[in-house]
Structure formats: structure tokens, C-alpha cells
Design a protein around this ligand. Structure first.
Ligand SMILES: Cc1ncc(COP(=O)(O)O)c(C=O)c1O
Length: 394
């Protein structure tokens, strides 16, 4: 059996840099006690790594206060904490149709059960949301704008600085879902006018699963929607208001934080721009190769300028799921098929009726050989399909 060619980095990055495994293992073996709960050295040293990671990520997102970098399980958790902690009965929110279910579902839930009204702005024919379309929906009771920085389906990067600018002008808090962008392209809270960044650790930040977080700008407040242990001021009945406790509940995922620490350090050492340039080059090669295959439809890939390393396509007449199975079984290529937890994107581009598309997600460890193999694999599948249907291409 040949080695698996992993092109599912949109789902999670794999493999991780070796240093992520070794650091996690060593750290957990040597420290790994419950941080912030006691005064013995081991506890303090574990806490120091947690605080170092808080500081490192705050700098990474150009936030101002490391205490406002709160750890969670993943982006879904962070987005739930932010959305539920910022909207209440009678509020209005603006979001987009390019969102992942981790934004859509909390908003639908609030629409259904909490009297919150939401407008979802469609993206244009190139895959971008117009900041003015968002601003045109602002009303007196608009209390939140939440937008996906980079699409996990079609790869387009939204103009978040301009969206944030419109929000700032109207005093409306702006939450950015940076699940696919953080670690690939700059996420800069100051320059991009972002009030809350929601991130996940296991994708392009190269950490393990089960760790994520949110960074809340000073002056913005998120209500706590849970309550529990914080390790400090245990006699107080209410959950603590000060950050990070305000958004953190119970024992933190120390192992996950250690992996995230190593992942982000690795990215900074290699240089995020260098890593992304490598991915961009491969994305372009893959796009060019797939475009030449007769009977393959690509979606929103003509211009890769404001685009992360994600490509969506279908072999005409084939269910995406079957293309994915053939890529796996016959070619040892891992990809993701279906609706990618972002059903409204597929509704808008017309792929919902055919059960979605095939997504390739390129990561820092992919090579030109992987891209060649993917092009060959799709070529073979498309040829098979043409023979089955008796279709001839020029
Ligand atoms: C754009 C986007 N937002 C949110 C998420 C949710 O991330 P997680 O599953 O880590 O919570 C994903 C994951 O695929 C995503 O691509």
C-alpha cells in the first residue's frame, strides 16, 4: 500500500510538525498538573506555559491584553461563547451565507428561541461579501456582525478589514471566525478592526484537536453563558467577570494548549508567509491541472488572489461522495466531500442539489508529488465517467 496523500487540511491539518508531538509528550510527562489551582512549583510551571501561550496568541492576533485571550475547545465553542454572550432578546445581527454551521446554528437557535433577528448577506459571483451590503442592514438594534474570514468551501478571503471598519463606524461589535485563516494569513485585530477573534487550534495553527479560543478586544464585553470553577475566588457565588475566567470554565486543556504553543512557535519559526507561499504555489498547480481535465467543474477558483489553499470541484455527473471514495480507494488520496458544514454556500452555488462537492485542502507538508497524484487521480476518474456516459471532449 502506498502512503496516504493527505489533502484534507481544511478539516484538520495532518501531519503536525514533529515538535508538536514531542513538546506535548514531554510537557505532559514533566508538568501537566492543574494550573492556577495551587502554589507548588509544578503547578506554577504548568501555569506559566498556559500564560506564555496566551501571550503568544495575543501577539499573534495583535490583541492588546493577554488576559482577554480565553481558551475553549475549538472554534464552535468560541463562536457559541461569543454569539450567545453578545446577543439577547430583541437584538439584531448580521452575518453571511458563507458561514460554517458553527456560526449559522447558534444564530438559528437564537432566532428560534430567543427573539433575535438575523440577516444573512449573500456573497457575490466571485465569492466575496460586499462590506456595504452588510452595513446597509444595520439598524438601531444591531448588536453583532459575525463573518467567516476564509471560506472552508470555496477558499475566498473576505474583506474583513473593510467589514470591521463599517462596524466600528456604527459602534457594532465585529466577530471574525478565523478557523481557516489563522496560521495561513495575518489576522490582526488592530489593523482589521476585529473585536472578537474566534479560532480553533487544530487546523492551520497546527495544534491538536480539542483546543481553541477567543480573543476579546478591550472595551468589548461578552456575557458569561456558563458558570463553574475557575481556581480562584471560590467563595464568590457568581462566575467571575474578569478575563480570562469570564470565558473559561473548569480545568483547561493543558495538553492541547501545549500542542498549540508548539504549533504556533513552529509557524513563527518557519515564517507564516513562507508557509503560505508554498501552499499557494501548490494550490495554483492543482487548480491549473484540474482545470485542464474535461468533465471537471471547479467553483470560484478562477482568481486565486484573495484565496486560501482550498479548492472545490466536481466530476460532472458524479456524486461528490463517489469521487471521494474513488480517490481514497484507488489513489490513496484523502479529501472531504459533501456540504462541508456550510450548507448555504452550496445552496448559493447550486451544488446542494448534487449533495455538495469535493474539497482539496492543502497544508504545509504537501508536495508537488501530491499535487501530481491528485491531478492524475481526478483525470482517471473523469475519464472513467466519460466512458460510462459515452461523452467526448475536444
Ligand atoms: C470556517 C470554519 N468555521 C468554524 C469551523 C469549526 O471548527 P471546529 O470544528 O474546530 O470547531 C470550521 C471547521 O471546519 C470552519 O472551517
Amino acid at each position: 500500500m502506498t502512503d496516504l496523500i493527505y489533502l484534507d487540511n481544511g478539516a484538520t491539518s495532518f501531519p503536525k510538525p514533529d515538535i508538536v508531538h514531542t513538546f506535548m509528550f514531554d510537557f505532559f510527562k514533566r508538568f501537566g498538573v492543574n494550573p492556577g489551582r495551587s502554589g507548588y512549583d509544578l503547578c506554577i510551571e504548568t501555569g506559566e506555559m498556559v500564560e506564555e501561550t496566551r501571550k503568544m496568541l495575543t501577539d499573534f492576533f495583535n490583541g492588546t491584553d493577554p488576559n482577554r485571550l480565553c481558551f475553549s475547545y475549538n472554534s464552535t465553542d468560541s463562536l457559541n461563547l461569543a454569539i450567545n454572550g453578545m446577543l439577547e432578546h430583541g437584538d439584531h445581527a448580521v452575518s453571511t451565507t458563507i458561514e460554517h454551521n458553527s456560526v449559522l446554528r447558534p444564530l438559528y437557535h437564537l432566532e428560534k428561541y430567543s427573539g433575535v433577528e438575523v440577516d444573512f448577506i449573500p456573497f457575490d459571483k466571485k465569492g466575496f461579501v460586499d462590506p456595504d451590503d452588510i452595513a446597509r442592514k444595520f439598524k438601531k438594534n444591531t448588536k453583532l456582525v459575525v463573518v467567516n474570514h476564509a471560506s472552508n468551501v470555496i477558499g475566498t478571503i473576505q474583506p474583513i478589514r473593510e467589514i470591521g471598519e463599517r462596524c466600528r463606524k456604527h459602534g457594532i461589535p465585529f466577530v471574525a471566525d478565523v478557523s481557516q485563516s489563522a496560521g495561513k494569513i495575518p489576522v490582526n485585530m488592530e489593523e482589521q478592526n476585529i473585536d472578537v477573534v474566534c479560532f480553533t487550534g487544530h487546523k492551520s495553527l497546527l495544534g491538536p484537536t480539542g483546543i481553541g479560543g477567543l480573543c476579546v478586544r478591550e472595551g468589548i464585553n461578552t456575557r458569561h453563558t456558563r458558570a463553574g470553577g475557575t481556581g480562584v475566588r471560590s467563595a464568590v457565588r457568581a462566575h467571575l467577570d474578569e478575563y480570562p475566567y469570564r470565558m473559561e470554565y473548569g480545568t483547561p486543556n493543558v495538553l492541547g494548549i501545549s500542542g498549540l504553543n508548539a504549533g504556533v512557535k513552529w509557524i513563527m519559526e518557519k515564517g507564516m508567509t513562507n508557509l503560505f507561499q508554498h501552499e499557494k504555489k501548490l494550490t495554483e498547480q492543482l487548480r491549473n491541472g484540474l482545470q485542464k481535465i474535461g468533465g471537471v467543474t471547479m467553483y470560484y477558483q478562477d482568481d486565486l488572489t484573495d484565496h486560501i489553499s482550498i479548492l472545490l470541484f466536481n466530476v460532472d455527473g458524479m456524486e461528490a461522495l463517489n469521487t471521494g471514495t474513488l480517490l481514497d480507494v484507488d489513489h490513496d488520496i484523502a479529501c472531504r466531500t459533501g456540504l462541508h458544514c456550510a450548507p448555504r454556500v452550496h445552496e448559493q452555488i447550486g451544488t446542494a442539489e448534487i449533495h455538495g462537492g469535493v474539497r482539496f485542502g492543502i497544508g504545509p507538508f504537501n508536495t508537488e508529488e501530491h499535487i501530481k497524484a491528485a491531478i492524475e487521480g481526478v483525470t482517471e476518474i473523469a475519464e472513467m465517467q466519460r466512458e460510462r456516459k459515452g461523452v467526448k471532449y475536444a
